[in-house]
Design a protein around this ligand. Structure first.
Ligand SMILES: Cc1cc2nc3c(=O)[nH]c(=O)nc-3n(C[C@H](O)[C@H](O)[C@H](O)COP(=O)(O)OP(=O)(O)OC[C@H]3O[C@@H](n4cnc5c(N)ncnc54)[C@H](O)[C@@H]3O)c2cc1C
Length: 450
């Protein structure tokens, strides 16, 4: 410890790492953050289309995301937030079904009227349940099939779980789904139509990330991109330094190290960990994310978010950003994301942008038969390793503590957000929580409670 608080090394410059850095600097500590990629922001990183910034992976907020909203306001950017009604749809058997209001649900003819009513009742029932712990040991498949019937699982939910979580889709813990439904309902306006509203920061979420970066630097924090941490060095059972690779390999001494990287990366760079902790790290599998993005001359679908409930189509959802945010923000282009979550072994992850486009192209005509390749102005492909932790019934009790068994070494990553689905809101909340833990431990003269 120096006179100016502890020297804290943070691994990873996503929203969790940046928030932890900001809060610790505000508490008077010295912070040095090391990010492997050249760009800070992690999964919220952006690029440009038509002169406007846009996320490499689509992002919006729910009105329940109060921690990120509070941070955006604290950074003086609250007036740049916009809230819009979401346009959600389901693509099933070559037809788009709107899927927002109770009336849309009643018109969803792929399942019988009785099943539609059961589906509606399921949502109403789940949103009223206050305690999700009894859903920890039951799978989504078992619970939905029992409550809403096998056809609703087969047509509506099963394809989405299997698309998002691969072979583990049917084993997702019901607590994860309960939580998701509860939050989605809470993001709806009151009234019979119950329209959902979604939030966006005009200019992209990079606006708040950049403001956060500027604040951190004003407070004396050091933030560096292109600086992959290769090893967390421990001596006598406590973390003492980081070995950084890249162009300028060096060893940097620290009093405390906070890692915000995925479990597998953490295990690779951390000192040997006791078996109990290591087993927990291994207990939560991850899926990679992959987004193909098209800039287009025309609109493809009428929806912002179109779930593809047909597994013969090789992508999971179409997110048409410009049905949410005006094309003028992107130089007049229409912008379409093709979303996929994939197992690391998936051959799609080996493909380049043109190969992915060739694979997806025939299917887009099923969604809009008028689609013409001439509409495509440009295309990009982004891959996000370990972007989605998978919470199956086997994950219960396996969430690793933020305080690791190595003194002075903390972990704050998306697998610890259980049972919430990962999102900016929860990474920020976790960053604030871990900053508080570290500050308390340093003030108490030890890094771990006795
Ligand atoms: C397709 C997709 C859609 C999403 N949609 C939304 C949405 O609509 N709304 C929402 O709120 N959230 C959404 N999210 C989730 C949101 O992006 C994440 O929850 C959040 O960004 C996670 O932040 P993080 O800091 O915890 O992790 P990350 O952003 O993953 O940050 C970890 C960082 O660690 C770095 N790193 C890894 N190894 C090393 C190393 N050895 N040394 C140094 N650095 C290293 C990585 O490069 C990365 O920058 C979405 C995510 C995806 C993938």
């Amino acid at each position: 410890m120096t006179a100016n608080g502890g020297r804290i090394g943070i691994i990873g410059g996503g929203v969790a790492g940046l928030t932890t850095a900001y809060r610790l600097l505000q508490k008077g500590h010295q912070v040095h953050l090391l990010e492997a990629s050249p760009q800070l922001g992690g999964l919220v990183r952006t690029f440009e289309i038509g002169g406007g910034k846009i996320e490499c992976f689509y992002h919006h907020l729910f009105s329940t995301d109060t921690t990120v909203i509070r941070l955006i306001e604290e950074l003086g950017l609250g007036d740049q937030m916009v809230w819009r009604e979401s346009k959600l749809g389901v693509f099933y058997k070559d037809r788009i079904y709107p899927f927002v209001t109770p009336i849309d649900l009643l018109r969803f003819t792929p399942v019988s009227l009785v099943d539609r009513v059961r589906l509606g009742l399921m949502g109403l029932y789940l949103r009223r349940q206050k305690d999700g712990s009894r859903y920890e040991q039951v799978t989504v498949k078992e619970w939905i099939t029992k409550f809403a019937g096998p056809r609703n699982y087969e047509v509506v939910w099963g394809p989405l779980f299997r698309g998002k979580f691969g072979d583990l889709g049917d084993r997702i813990a019901m607590i994860w789904f309960w939580n998701k439904i509860r939050l989605r309902f809470a993001s709806r306006k009151a009234g019979p139509m119950q329209k959902e509203v979604l939030g966006y920061l005009l200019g992209s979420f990079s606006v708040y990330i950049e403001a956060l970066i500027a604040r951190i630097r004003e407070l004396g924090g050091v933030l560096e991109g292109g600086r992959p941490v290769q090893r967390i060095v421990a001596e006598g059972g406590r973390a003492v330094a980081l070995e950084v690779g890249g162009d300028r390999p060096e060893r940097l001494p620290f009093d405390v190290v906070i890692a915000t990287v995925a479990n597998k990366i953490f295990q690779r760079i951390a000192p040997p960990l006791p078996e109990e902790y290591a087993t927990k790290l291994e207990g939560v599998p991850y899926q990679d994310a992959m987004c193909l993005i098209l800039a287009l001359k025309k609109q493809v679908a009428p929806t912002y978010w179109l779930n593809i409930n047909d597994r013969s189509i090789p992508f999971l959802a179409l997110i048409e950003q410009t049905n949410f945010i005006e094309p003028e923000q992107y130089g007049g282009n229409h912008v379409l994301y093709f979303s996929n979550y994939l197992d690391k072994a998936s051959p799609l992850l080996q493909m380049e942008v043109d190969e992915v486009w060739e694979l997806y192209k025939p299917h887009i005509k099923r969604i809009n038969p008028d689609f013409d390749e001439d509409w495509v102005v440009d295309r990009w492909l982004f891959k996000g390793p370990d972007a989605q932790p998978v919470f199956t019934v086997d994950s219960v009790g396996r969430v690793p503590d933020h305080r690791t068994p190595i003194d002075g070494l903390y972990l704050a990553n998306m697998s610890q957000i259980y049972p919430e689905d990962r999102g900016q809101n929860y990474s920020i909340m976790m960053g604030e929580h871990v900053a508080q833990l570290v500050a308390e431990d340093l003030a108490g003269g030890s890094d771990k409670p006795s």
